[in-house]
Structure formats: structure tokens, C-alpha cells
Design a protein around this ligand. Structure first.
Ligand SMILES: [Fe+2]
Ligand SMILES: [Fe+2]
Length: 397
């Protein structure tokens, strides 16, 4: 499939491979798996080099912006040489040039200099070490505000001088469109689930902050193992977005069970365990009604709900999957979820200290829980403290 796009570069209208649709009809007549944003960015990168006479454009990358934490996070990247710029985050407020660009809603060109004492920022240093000498940063927005930045890099000095930013402008719009399409779908999924939760007593037993902390712990575990598991930033970001929805099925569990202060009877436990099946039904309905099937990584949302109670020794539920049969995100969510459940207060239990909760996880490491997920928490107590401090006020609820 090909699309005509308007090329305001002055080089005429170009024909580029399909970039926006995330599904295509495969040779078997079945729908191919949705292509990831990383794959689509790589196609766009090749297209820009070939059609716009910008052969020296070595890198196109996107960082997303989280207004809640003021964090810019690496998201997708197409580079002609390795950089160390994956799994990286920085505060926007610490980067004057990018704040200016966001305020002016305009691009900024930057020459990359050898790292000096006063320029030890990992971002600039990594790009310089990889051989890049010039950089162009362009902010992009949606109705709610700043969504992130598109970065272009070249090994040539002064590559972005002259009319190059104007020639790249249509491509920035295309990248922004690609990303907002995907973010909007993910937001719909999250907003739908939060609305459902808001109408149930489920909100009384597990606060919104449990879900947020659990998402942060999941991200911490994924980042810690990113190299070993070869995880992309795109995967990790989706993991973070969808983690809070893991217990959506609890909206279908009776209040008498959810709010019971004491131990559950066998029958009650059985009813409680049904929250996974109910959650799967809700997610399948949402996928169907909101047309989310074409969303790459939608399987993470499904697995968050379906697999967060599976155990690596096969003793979990609902399917008794073992080891690698459990999707990676299921193993990550299981550890993040139980850690926050133990260290938070619930109607049926007091709060455990971090040390007690980590000891519990260590005891069950390799039995119920994935050892690499457990060590990611055990080895990062200061990061856990930082997450808990960020949500300290809500912890007192
Ligand atoms: Fe659960
Ligand atoms: Fe939970």
C-alpha cells in the first residue's frame, strides 16, 4: 500500500510506503502483526534520505514528555550508528534549549561539541561519542499540550543550517501524527478502564496510587533488565501505560469480598480469583468497541490482565502457566503488583516494610516469581524509595 503525501520541500510530491496504518493485509490474506512505531520510524527515515536529498541525516529519534513528572523519555529511534541513548530519561526543566523550543513551538539547531566539564549531560555526550556533530530538535503537541520532541542528527557540521528544518517539517508532522494516533488509542484504553473503576467500590480497596506505583515498579524492573531482554523503549513505555489496568476485573467482584477485613473462605477466594476472567472479558470488549486491535503492543494490556497471577512454578492462575510460558510482562507485573500490595495498607492487612516485602520476594524467587524481576527490585532500593516518596501523600490514605 502506498500513500501520496504533500512534499513541501520543493522537490515535488513524493510517494512513500504506508506509514500511518498499523496493519496491512499479508500474503496469506490474513492481517499481519501490527508494525511497531520503531519499524515505521525506520521506514520514514529511509524515505527522508532517499526522497529529500538528505543522505547525511543519520538519526531520527523521538522522546515523549510526561507533564506529571516533567520527564522526557527516549521512545523510538532510527540511527545509522550505535548510540547509548536508549532507556534514558531527563527532566525537561533541566534543558534550557528544549524549554525554549517548546515555549516558542519552534525548532532549535544545536552544534554538538566535545564533552567538557560543564557539559557532561549523557544525551549530548552519547551523540558526540557516536560521531554526530549537529542536532535539530522539534517539539510536537496535541490539544493537551507538549507530547515530546523529534530529534534529527547528522555527522556533518552545520547540516541543519539553511532550509533543512523547513524541508523536514512535513516529516515532523507525519511522525507526530503517527505517535498521537497511538497515544490516543492507549489513552482511550486507560480512560475507559478508569471510568469503569470509578463506578465501583474497587476504588476503595486499591487506590489509584497503587496502580501508579505498580506501573513505576514495572518500569523499573523492565529498565533494569532491558539489555538482557533486548527491550525497546517503546515496549517499556507501553508496559508503563497499561500496567495500571491489571486488576480491572475486580469491578465484577462483590463488595462483601473485596472489602472483607479478614481471611477469605475457599468460596470467596474462588470468587476473588474470577477477577482475571472478568478482566479479560472487559479488555476484549474494549478492544472490540474501541477498535484497539490494530494497536501494536495491545497484547501487553491483555497480558497485564490475564497473566499477573501466574507463577513461574506453574502454581498460579488462571492457566497454571510456568516459566517462559508466562509472557514477560506477566512475570514483571506479578512482582510489581505483589510488592506494592505488601507495602501498602489493605482492608485485610497492615503495611509491610520494604525490607520485609523484599525478603518475602527473595524467599519465593524462582518458585512463584521470576528471579530477574525480583533482583531488579532488590538491587534498586533507592529507586523504590523515590517512587514511594513521590506518592507519599497518597500512601497515608
Ligand atoms: Fe489481580
Ligand atoms: Fe493490583
Amino acid at each position: 500500500m502506498e500513500h501520496q503525501i504533500e512534499d513541501r520541500s520543493g522537490l515535488g510530491v513524493g510517494v512513500v510506503p504506508s506509514l500511518i496504518p498499523s496493519v496491512s493485509l499479508g500474503p496469506t490474506g490474513l492481517f499481519d502483526a501490527p508494525s511497531s512505531l520503531n519499524e515505521r520510524l525506520a521506514v520514514l527515515h529511509r524515505t527522508i534520505r532517499a526522497l529529500s536529498g538528505l543522505e547525511g541525516l543519520g538519526r531520527v529519534a523521538v522522546t515523549t514528555y510526561d507533564a506529571g513528572t516533567d520527564e522526557l523519555r527516549t521512545f523510538i529511534d532510527s540511527s545509522d550508528r550505535p548510540t547509548e541513548l536508549a532507556h534514558y530519561q531527563a527532566r525537561l526543566s533541566a534543558t534550557t534549549m528544549l524549554i525554549e523550543a517548546a515555549r516558542a513551538r519552534s525548532w532549535r539547531i544545536l552544534a554538538l561539541h566535545p564533552p567538557s566539564e560543564d557539559n557532561r549531560k549523557r544525551h549530548s555526550r552519547s551523540l558526540y561519542d557516536a560521531g554526530y556533530r549537529s542536532s535539530l530538535a522539534v517539539p510536537f503537541f496535541d490539544y493537551s499540550g507538549l507530547l515530546g520532541f523529534v530529534f534529527f542528527n547528522s555527522t556533518a557540521d552545520g547540516f541543519f543550517d539553511g532550509g533543512v528544518p523547513q524541508r523536514l517539517w512535513p516529516y515532523v508532522q507525519l511522525i507526530a501524527l503517527m505517535i498521537t494516533n497511538e497515544l490516543t488509542a492507549a489513552r482511550i484504553a486507560r480512560a475507559g478502564a478508569k471510568t469503569i473503576q470509578g463506578f465501583s467500590h474497587y476504588k476503595d480497596t486499591e487506590t489509584a496510587t497503587h496502580q501508579e506505583r505498580m506501573a513505576h515498579y514495572s518500569r523499573l524492573i523492565a529498565l533494569e533488565n532491558a539489555t538482557r531482554w533486548q527491550l525497546t523503549d517503546e515496549y517499556i513505555e507501553h508496559l508503563f501505560w497499561f500496567a495500571p489496568l491489571h486488576d480491572i476485573g475486580k469491578v465484577g467482584v462483590p463488595d462483601s469480598i473485596l472489602l472483607k477485613p479478614g481471611k477469605l473462605t475457599d468460596d470467596e477466594l474462588l470468587a476473588m480469583k474470577k477477577h482475571v476472567a472478568i478482566g479479560i472479558e472487559i479488555i476484549n470488549t474494549m478492544k472490540r468497541e474501541f477498535h484497539l486491535d490494530g494497536l501494536p503492543y495491545i497484547s501487553i494490556l491483555y497480558n497485564a490482565v490475564a497473566c499477573h497471577h501466574e507463577s513461574v512454578d506453574g502454581s498460579g492462575y488462571p492457566n497454571g502457566l510456568a516459566g517462559d510460558q508466562i509472557p514477560l510482562e506477566g512475570r514483571i507485573f506479578a512482582v510489581a503488583d505483589v510488592f506494592d500490595a505488601l507495602t501498602g495498607e489493605r482492608p485485610y492487612k497492615k503495611r509491610w516494610s520494604n525490607e520485609e516485602a523484599l525478603d518475602y520476594l527473595i524467599d519465593l524467587s524462582g518458585k512463584r516469581y521470576d528471579p530477574l524481576c525480583v533482583s531488579a527490585l532488590v538491587d534498586n532500593v533507592p529507586a523504590i524509595d523515590a517512587i514511594q516518596r513521590r506518592f507519599a501523600r497518597e500512601l497515608a490514605v
